[in-house]
Write a protein that binds this ligand. Structure first.
Ligand code: ADP
Ligand code: MG
Length: 313
């Protein structure tokens, strides 16, 4: 497959965009960031056999996911996407059809979220597909939301039910770009992260960066139906799936109790149900309140720790 032929085709499919005065076709792209906005950059590399199975998912879904996981990171900063850099190592066996399907998947999600294509890199080899999307964005008018601003007493909230994404949701990632921007307008977001590694794991990042602990409320954690299906298969509880399964790509954020209560009462974000899952606490450590018992969630995982039966209340 001719790489230059593909790049020519791809340029023909890519509409001009005022935010990208120099698009694909030159040695580097030119980007018109708005004055006063902090530029944001994020990148994710996905490999066949490690992050997806090309033969199962197909190239279109893979490209959609590669784009969506990057958008999710921009959402977690309450940012707006501007343009993507799309780099691929194409398996020679896939031919031109594979390359074109990848572009189509990319295009669908890019169009859905108003993201231009600034450029990329195209290579062909005898190895499996590797796709890397780098996304350029801008912080919203109030600046970026970081992992570091949570404080003891803050409410911890999520944008949707958790767990069981392996049954399908992980390939149909819905980046919470619009939801994050709406939230930012209604309340002051102290800290935020997108849930790629599971609630318990990602909450640890907020705690570490914010120098606080956290207590999760077992009964309050919204559980995805898929987590219940998985639980019937593997015997691990739905709650455990909700706490530890990766790739939910919902947002986890910290707000003041007053703002949190307002969000719960008003539910101002169309299409999502906001839930309170716990609170930030003084000191260090991650805890789970489960029917009047408080158990520590060790870094090694939920199961291990419950069997250790730490009790503090
Ligand atoms: P160079 O050799 O100068 O790095 P390339 O031949 O790699 O240039 O790329 C030529 C142009 O095509 C560049 O502007 C690059 O951004 C663009 N391009 C290459 N591959 C892709 C791709 N997969 N998606 C979007 N743009 C691409
Ligand atoms: Mg060059």
């Amino acid at each position: 497959m001719g790489e230059f032929g593909y790049i020519g085709w791809l340029r023909g499919q890519t509409p001009p965009d005022p935010r990208i005065p120099i698009g694909p076709g030159d040695d580097a792209a030119g980007v018109a960031f708005r004055p006063g906005r902090m530029p944001l950059v994020t990148s994710d590399l996905l490999m066949d056999g490690r992050h997806f199975i090309l033969a199962d998912a197909g190239p279109r879904a893979v490209a959609r996911k590669a784009m969506a996981v990057n958008l999710s990171d921009i959402a977690a900063m309450a940012g707006e996407p501007i343009a993507a850099i799309l780099s691929v190592a194409l398996p020679a066996s896939g031919g031109r059809a594979l390359a074109e399907e990848l572009y189509r998947g990319f295009r669908e999600v890019a169009d859905e979220f108003g993201t231009a294509l600034a450029g990329g890199d195209t290579n062909t080899w005898d190895g499996p597909l590797v796709i890397c999307v780098t996304l350029l964005g801008e912080a919203g008018e109030y600046g970026p939301v970081r992992r570091s601003g949570a404080r003891a007493g803050d409410w911890l909230m999520v944008t949707g039910p958790l767990g069981g994404s392996i049954l399908g949701k992980h390939l149909e990632v819905i980046p919470r770009i619009r939801e994050a921007q709406q939230l930012r307008r209604f309340v002051e977001l102290h800290a935020m992260i997108d849930l790629s590694d599971g609630l318990a794991g990602d909450l640890r990042h907020i705690c570490a960066e914010s120098h606080c602990g956290a207590v999760l409320e077992a009964q309050a954690i919204p559980i995805n139906r898929a987590a219940i299906h998985l639980s019937e298969r593997d015997g691990r509880s739905p709650l455990e799936h909700a706490l530890t399964d990766g790739e939910d790509f919902e947002l986890l954020f910290a707000v003041s109790p007053v703002d949190g209560q307002r969000l719960l009462d008003d539910q101002p974000i169309a299409g999502v149900t906001l839930s309170k899952v716990g609170e930030c606490a003084e000191g260090e450590g991650l805890w789970l309140d489960d029917q009047h018992r408080r158990v520590a969630l060790a870094v090694t995982g939920y199961e291990h720790d419950l069997s250790d039966d730490h009790e503090s209340s």
